[in-house]
Design a protein around this ligand. Sequence first.
Ligand code: NAP
Ligand code: MG
Length: 400
Amino acid sequence: MMNRIQMRNPIAELDGDEMTRILWKQIKETVLEPYIKLNTEYFDLCLPERDRTDDEVTLEAAKAIKRLRVGVKCATITPNAARMTEYNLKRMYKSPNGTLRAYLDGTVFRAPITVPGLRTYIPGWVKPITVARHAYGDVYKAVEMRVPGAGRAELVFTGKDGSVTRETIFDFEGAGVIQGIHNRLDSIQTFARVCFEYALEVKQDLWFSTKDTISKTYDEAFRSAFQEMYDAEYKEKFESAGIKYFYTLIDDAVARAVKSAGGFVWAMKNYDGDVLSDMISSAFGSLALMTSVLVCPGGCWEYEAAHGTVTRHYYRYLKGEKTSTNPMATLFAWTGALAKRGELDGNEALVGFAKKLECASIETIASGVMTGDMALLYEGEANTVDSEAFLKAIAGRLEQ
Ligand code: NAP
Ligand code: MG
C-alpha cells in the first residue's frame, strides 16, 4: 500500500446495479486499490438511489463526466413494468445511458477484446473491428403514418421566411404506410469528427459506409460531410499516421469486412450500427468481451461495459452461490478510464498500470483460467473458476 500510484485529477465513478455492482467492488478491491490510490467522484446510480433522488443523480453524474472529462460506468437497470414492482419505484425512469448520451452528445465506439485461444466465429477476423455508431436521428426519430386509402403523400418544408418546398412521395391508389425521417448537419459533422479523431488515436483505418447510390440526397449528405472534413482537416494527419480513410457502399463494406482480417474502425449510420454491432460482437464471441466508450465532441470520454447487469447470475448470488460472471468488460471500462486520465494528466505510471492490467487479464485467460462463458469459446482445456478466483488469478499474474 506504500508505493501506490497517485492520481492527480479525479474521474467520475458511476456505480450501478445487481451482479455488475458486485463485480465493481471485487474489481476495485482485488486489482485496483492495492496498486492505485483511486481518486474518484462517486455517483451511485443504483436504482434505489435514482428513485430516491428523482433521477437527479444521473444528471449530476453526466455533469461530472463533462467537467472531469473522464468517467467510468457500471451497468444499470433500465426500469420496466416488472422493475416498478420489484423496486417499488415512484416512476419509470429513463435509461441512464440514454440520459448520459443525450447530455454528453457522443458517439459510441464498441470493440471486442480478443484473446489468443478464444475462438471467434469468423476465423479470418484476427484483429478487432470497432463499430462507431451514430446515435442520433434517422428511423430512431421517425414520424410514421398509416395511409388509409387513395390519395397523395407529400414532403413539405416550410422555411422560417414562409417559403414552401414540396415533393410528391407517392400517389396512393390504396392503403399503405409512410415514414418521415431526418438528421441534422451539425450532428453528422460531430459524428464525422469523433470518428476521424478516434481512428487517429487508435491508429487504425477508418471505414465509412452508406447507401448514397440509392439515397442521393440523404445518405449523400453523410458521405460528403465525411469527405469534406477529411480533405480539409484530416488527410495529412492520416497520411502521417500511416492510416487510411475508406468510403464504400454499405453492401460492399459488409462483403469486404467478412473477408478482412479486422483491425479497423467502421463508422455507421444509426440503423446500420444498431444491427451490425450485434452481429460483429456475436461473431467475436461474447458481449462480456466487448469494450464500449462514449466519445463526446468537447473532449470527454465515458467508459462502460456493453452488457447489462447480469440479473440471472445476481439472483443466484443472492442465494449464496458463487457465480462465474465475466468481469472483463467492466475491468476494461476501468483500465480505459484510468489510461485516459493518465494520458490527459501526463501520468505515465497510471497509463502503464492500465496496460499491464489489461495484459495480465488477457494472459490469464490465454493460460486457461477463465469464467464459464469464456470456457465455451476456449480451444484448450479450460480451468473454469468463479469471478473472484478469476480476479485473484489476474492479480497474481500482475504481481509477476
Ligand atoms: P445482460 O445483463 O447483458 O445478460 C444477459 C445474459 O447474457 C446473462 O443472463 C448471461 O447469460 C449473459 N451475460 C451477460 N453479461 C455477462 C457476463 N459479464 N458474464 C457472463 N455472462 C454474461 O442482459 P439482460 O439480462 O437482458 O439485462 C439485465 C439488466 O441489465 C436489465 O435490467 C437491463 O435494463 C440492464 N441493461 C443495462 C445495460 C447498461 O447499463 N449498459 C445494457 C443492457 C442491459 P447466462 O445467464 O446464460 O449465463
Ligand atoms: Mg441493437
